[in-house]
Design a protein around this ligand. Structure first.
Ligand code: ZN
Length: 144
């Protein structure tokens, strides 16, 4: 039952991805790919008052990759960069099989935990998150 619900969440985000496109002009921009599956992703973000005001993803990916990116954009909007980094770390830890972080904040992300049963697909689920983190780090290096 739960598995079906999670499947539905993933398919819904895959069919109707949220925040697809490019944030322009962007303060953060990063690209990464997952050659194992053929996923390609661009993550762009616009900052206002040090918070992520707009976060978008573009590219082509499988259902898991696209759904994960779509959910990520919804989770990270409104966060400061340190908050976003912390959230990303929490998600990546979950995808390494560690204890899930803050249950309430997880929401739709719970759907992606099922991917852990398919180790080959974990990279699909984490691609957008790693790309976002890369972009945030690059931005931090540029600033200092
Ligand atoms: Zn994939």
């Amino acid at each position: 039952m739960m598995e079906e619900l999670y499947q539905e969440i993933i398919l819904d985000h895959y069919r109707r991805p949220r925040n697809k496109g490019k944030a322009e002009p962007s303060d953060i921009s990063a690209h990464d790919s997952n050659p194992l599956c053929g996923d390609e992703i661009d993550v762009t973000a616009k900052l206002v008052d040090d918070k992520i005001a707009e976060l978008k993803f573009d590219g082509k990916g499988c259902a898991i990759c696209t759904a994960s990116a779509s959910i990520m954009t919804q989770k990270l909007v409104g966060k400061t960069l340190p908050e976003a980094t912390q959230f990303i770390d929490g998600f990546l830890n979950m995808m390494r099989g560690a204890v899930p972080f803050g249950g309430k904040e997880m929401g739709d992300l719970k759907a992606l935990e099922g991917v852990l049963k398919f180790p080959v697909r974990v990279k699909c689920a984490t691609l957008a998150w790693n790309t976002a983190q890369q972009g945030i780090q690059e931005r931090a290096t540029k600033k200092s």
